[in-house]
Ligand binder design. Sequence first.
Ligand code: IPE
Ligand code: IPE
Ligand code: MG
Length: 268
Amino acid sequence: MTIRFSSSTREVPVPAEVPRHVAIILDGNGRWAKRRFLPRFAGHRQGVESLRSTIQACVERKIEFLTIFAFSSENWRRPPEEITLLRQLFLSALESEVEKMHRNGIRLKIIGDLQPFGSRIIELVRYGVELTVGNSRLTLTIAANYGGRWDLLQAFNRVHADHAQSGKTITEADLEKHLSMNYAPEPDLFIRTGGEQRISNFLLWSLAYTELYFTETLWPDFDNKALDAAIAWYRERERRFGRTSEQLSPASSERQPIALPPESDRGA
Ligand code: IPE
Ligand code: IPE
Ligand code: MG
């Protein structure tokens, strides 16, 4: 399965009833635990259960890509004990889930700099990614030690290296080739649980035209009903991609996919 990065600023996608790509900031584990007078870690553990059921629900709903923000480049600022426990949870989830995912036709991808997590996690990730490379039911991407700015910078640096000699102008496509998620279409639907309304340095480039859904539900309470509510909200959106409402009416000939002029003609 080859799906190249799709760019909503270069071409207008035709939105489907079910989002092809859902990206989630799972937030609220700590508060979920606090409300129950439990240690924060209990919330993270329950969060893994929510993740397991959300993955299954996405498979059942024929969502093709699910991207999960599990640990941000800023989460290193947390207390060392919490980081150690999160690392252990990541490790044990990889140990217990990878083969089940494979049997379920799920392809695993990881974005972010895994180096600080240590060799065992790096090994398990390599194994899981290689094992599942041929699967096409759902591509599950886990963002771990990921930051949107980190991603853009590493892509800029590679493009810069490519172009240093030629002196050619850099286009969107040149950059997208080097983004960590160059294998996926842009997210259609972004979900953040836990009530905060911010991006927290997630997929800064590819969220350009994504529909943003925020819910008060804490991640450990996020179930199939909550996912369906987000999808129902998504279906109500009018995805105009810069056009007017009138252009979207069924009678309009402009409803068809529109190719924008080449970037070179738009002052890029
Ligand atoms: C999200 O839950 C999980 C991670 C960032 C790893 P939080 O741990 O941020 O939970 P709250 O926001 O403190 O409730
Ligand atoms: C965002 O959650 C990152 C992840 C879910 C991994 P945080 O809870 O760390 O976000 P901020 O820092 O409060 O915005
Ligand atoms: Mg949080």
